[in-house]
Design a protein around this ligand. Structure first.
Ligand code: NAD
Length: 249
């Protein structure tokens, strides 16, 4: 039980095949009370109910400051504290540079980058009062290698922005006992890639990965539990690569 007595809030955690829900499940198994924040259409209350008794689903778009603040207030009202924030909500679009419209740019950067800022801003006061907290930001290997397999350059830029934001918050908040770290997943089999790669392409990609397979959501969940728990008490500002060796640098 690495997270006994801890409260963890996970953005974009309602998709049952996603990284966020796998993280929610593993954190609950480790004793955390979990708050799943997601869009109304994703039904975060139903996802939280799947974790068992004593968890909470809250509706908010991470792009909307007032909605995020309201959802965090609901979490604090129920649990009285927030120990862990996982900034997981994200969307991607395959685009060539010249084809990225203003609307594409806004959509992708708003969820990953603005969303990471807004959710962090909303939980920091509670973490400061507690004198402790762990913020985990889900970036992407795409930020490091100049494009992933599915996302366009605006996605890489958003995820690289997340790394910069996380490092700067780590430096700023360390004195308050708040650690901020990032994870850069490689290609993970979730709904974000559903219907976008056929089996042949997946096999080709797997062959190019040193560990010989795509990632599972639980691979990211394990890294999140490590960064959420006291096992990583001396880690802040790190970028944890979870990509099967896809990028060794
Ligand atoms: P997913 O599509 O299964 O999950 C994304 C979740 O974010 C969904 O539950 C969705 O409802 C939610 N969401 C979208 N917009 C939102 C908003 N405005 N407010 C709140 N929630 C919102 O995808 P996933 O693969 O589980 O992705 C999770 C994170 O991991 C994303 O940030 C993604 O960019 C990142 N990532 C995924 C991969 C991969 O290969 N799957 C690789 C690297 C990084």
């Amino acid at each position: 039980m690495l997270l006994a007595n801890k409260v963890a809030l996970i953005t974009g955690g309602a998709g049952l095949n996603g990284l966020g829900f796998a993280t929610a499940r593993l954190m609950a198994e480790h004793g955390a009370r979990v708050v799943i924040m997601d869009l109304e259409a994703a039904n975060p209350a139903a996802a939280a109910a799947q974790l068992g008794e004593g968890h909470l689903g809250v509706v908010a778009s991470v792009t909307d400051k007032a909605q995020v603040e309201r959802a965090v207030a609901q979490a604090l009202e129920k649990f009285g504290r927030i120990d862990v924030l996982v900034n997981n909500a994200g969307i991607t679009q395959p685009r060539k540079t010249v084809d990225i419209t203003g609307a594409d740019y806004d959509a992708v950067l708003d969820v990953s980058l603005r969303g990471t800022l807004l959710a962090s801003q909303a939980v920091i006061p509670a973490m400061e009062r507690q004198g402790s907290g762990s913020i985990i930001c889900i970036s992407s290997v795409s930020a490091q290698r100049g494009g992933g397999i599915l996302g366009g350059p605006h996605y890489s830029a958003a995820k690289a922005g997340v790394l910069g934001l996380a490092r700067a918050m780590a430096r700023e908040l360390a004195g308050a006992g708040i650690r901020v770290n990032s994870i850069t997943p490689g290609l993970i089999g979730t709904d974000i890639i559903k219907g976008k790669l056929d089996d042949e392409r997946k096999a080709e990609i797997a062959e190019s990965i040193p560990l010989g397979r795509l990632g599972h959501p639980k691979d990211i969940a394990g890294a999140c539990v490590f960064l959420a728990s006291d096992l990583s008490a001396y880690c802040t500002g790190v970028t944890l690569d979870v990509n099967g060796g896809m990028l060794i640098h």
